[in-house]
Write a protein that binds this ligand. Structure first.
Ligand code: EPU
Length: 425
């Protein structure tokens, strides 16, 4: 197991390129299941989650090859219908094969993914929506089992604009008989990306990027080549890192429109933010001023940037109230940030953060992808050295994290963690 050694006192400066969004690419790979033949997805990040998704597809009978940022997926006429627990437990997102496999094969068994470090993560909206479309769904021996001779169109109201449920229902609806209306749909850029790929394949979708998606089912779809949208969470991470370290970073590959509220918070905190050709630049010349943040579905402040918002608040002047509305376990990492000297009190889904001029390096543990990145960036604002353990979490979302930090002027080292001593009696 590796750990990341971060030397405090850095000021990040320079340019950083952001690749395609993990949370889009994974679903685009599932989208390919809807059309037999060879599809290509480009601008794909080289991370473990993508490799696990490739294995999910291989076990469904697809031939998957990868070269640089390009993945080719050859889908057979009759693909498999099962996703096993050994893969689903490692990649919760593999639940997104449920909708497309049900639509194409009329039968599917996907292991129930369970919860994870950021929360309980239900599937009720996925299931209720597919039932509305005529699926018979049961849960047995840890599997979600769905059957439907042919799904039919339906009007589906989501209780909450769930990203995963919207994606599964979309991928099911494109091959259903008749028209499906998904109300209170998620509006994330990754949803728009999926809609664009599906449309290029021959699907009939209107309302992408709004709360109401209308899908007119078609009989078949054709394979295509599609470029993944840039990763707005990675881009946002660098934007906050620039502000926290009082630096100047130009981020390429993600438009301002995908991060409006997050960048507006940085403006309020005192940063200069300006758009550039293929991204934006963030410059901060002084200590940030405290800002309040509330996470919400897009276009609200993204929950995946919550650790960055708490990190910013920890070094800002004044007190910030940070509210998390999406995941019940997202504050797990806060005790690690407190180890770096942050002054934080939580109450339910609220955190009050009193900013300090400097944090102080200490050993900490990454609990999930975003927490890991947030802790490493906070460590740049500390005195001394911080060792972030369980760095494999960061690898799941940031393909070149340490190299990017180094190219922006930080001093970081990736080293092998010493073996844990074993105590006996
Ligand atoms: N929810 C339910 N029932 C459902 C579906 C969702 O209760 O049927 C709840 C979840 O438990 C959660 C909330 O609704 O509390 C939001 O869940 P959503 O379905 O919107 O999220 P997701 O699809 O599971 C994706 C990203 C997350 C990101 C969220 C929110 C992927 C693979 N994951 O998760 O990304 O935080 O949307 O934007 O796309 C990450 O990348 O680090 C990450 C966790």
């Amino acid at each position: 197991m590796d750990l990341l050694r971060v030397f405090g006192g850095a000021r990040l400066a320079g340019d950083v390129d952001v690749v395609g969004a993990k949370n889009s690419a994974l679903k685009l790979m599932a989208v390919t299941l809807l059309a037999p033949g060879r599809s290509v997805v480009t601008n794909v990040p080289r991370i473990t989650d993508i490799a696990i998704m490739a294995e999910v597809l291989r076990r469904l009978g697809c031939a998957v090859t990868a070269e640089d940022d390009r993945i080719e997926i050859d889908v057979p006429d009759e693909c498999g219908t099962e996703a096993d627990y050994d893969l689903v437990r490692r990649l919760r997102a593999s639940i997104c094969v449920l909708g497309p496999l049900l639509a194409r094969r009329g039968h599917v068994r996907v292991a129930h993914p369970g919860g994870d470090a950021i929360g309980s993560r239900g599937l009720d909206m996925h299931v209720a929506g597919l039932r509305r479309m005529g699926a018979d769904i049961t849960s047995e021996h840890g599997f979600v089992i769905a059957t439907a001779e042919r799904l039919h169109g339906a009007t589906i109201w989501l209780d909450f604009p769930s990203v995963g449920a919207t994606e599964n229902l979309l991928m099911a609806a494109v091959l259903a008989k008749g028209t499906t209306e998904i109300d209170n749909a998620a509006r994330e850029p990754e949803i728009v990306d999926i809609c664009e790929m599906l449309t290029a394949m021959g699907a009939k979708i209107s309302g992408a990027g709004t709360s109401q998606l209308l899908v007119e089912g078609v009989d078949s779809l054709a394979p295509v080549e599609h470029r993944t949208v840039g990763d707005r969470i990675v881009a946002g991470t660098w934007a906050f890192a620039a502000a926290m370290t009082r630096g100047e970073v130009t981020v390429h590959g993600v438009p301002v429109s995908h991060l409006e509220i997050a960048l507006d918070k940085l403006l309020t905190a005192g940063a200069d933010v300006e758009p550039v050709d293929d991204g934006f630049r963030v410059r901060m010349g002084r200590r940030p001023t405290a800002v309040d943040v509330v996470t919400l579905p897009f276009p609200g402040f993204p929950t995946d940037l919550l650790p960055m918002a708490v990190g910013l608040a920890a070094v800002s002047e004044g007190a910030s109230l940070i509210t998390e509305n999406i995941f019940d376990g997202r504050f797990m990492f806060i005790q690690e940030l407190v180890r770096l000297g942050a002054e934080i009190r939580t109450d339910g889904h609220h955190a009050v953060v009193r900013g300090r001029e400097r944090l102080s390096g200490a050993p900490v543990s990454a609990t999930d992808i975003r927490a890991g990145a947030g802790l490493a960036v906070a460590a740049l604002c500390g005195d001394g050295v911080t060792e972030v353990s369980h760095v494999h979490h960061i690898d799941r979302g940031y393909p070149t994290f340490a190299a990017d930090l180094t190219s922006l002027g930080a001093h970081v080292e990736r080293v092998q963690a010493p073996a844990e001593p074993v105590f006996g009696l």
